[in-house]
Design a protein around this ligand. Structure first.
Ligand code: AMP
Length: 120
């Protein structure tokens, strides 16, 4: 399936939909999730057009991958939750529950998050 340039994060990157920028550099943008599920809930996205992690890992340049990974670390530090703990989540596809088909990492924390996956 090709990348959909009309997904909401592509629109944010083009400035067609507003966001509150928490962090930005050449490769990465971070902003608060519009429907936060924890006291801290940020979305961290690469600026390149990648659908999910596998697409990003296979097709992004080394500079993009390194830049994104370092930026993610800085954003976690900046959020001030490294001591207390946090969780990074990258949903993919139907089974992963991905709603927006532009690769993104959720940074959640600010209170105890419980089990990694809900019990069926
Ligand atoms: P996922 O299910 O992993 O694809 O998560 C997509 C996330 O994007 C959800 O948590 C939404 O609340 C969030 N979201 C959707 N639209 C916006 C927006 N305009 N600004 C910020 N977050 C958004």
């Amino acid at each position: 399936m090709p990348y959909d340039p009309n997904n909401v994060f592509a629109k944010i990157l083009r400035g067609e939909i507003p966001c509150t920028k928490i962090y930005e550099d050449d490769f990465t943008l971070a902003f608060p999730d519009i429907a936060p599920q924890a006291p801290t809930h940020l979305l961290v996205i690469p600026k390149g057009s990648y659908i999910d992690y596998a697409d990003f890992a296979a097709h992004a340049t080394d500079a993009e991958i390194l830049g994104f990974s370092r930026a993610l670390g800085k954003i976690v530090e900046q959020a001030g939750i490294t001591q207390a703990g946090y969780r990074l989540i990258a949903n993919s596809g139907e089974h992963g529950g991905q709603e927006v088909p532009h690769f993104h990492v959720h940074l959640v924390g600010g209170h105890a998050l419980g089990r990694m996956l809900a019990k069926e």
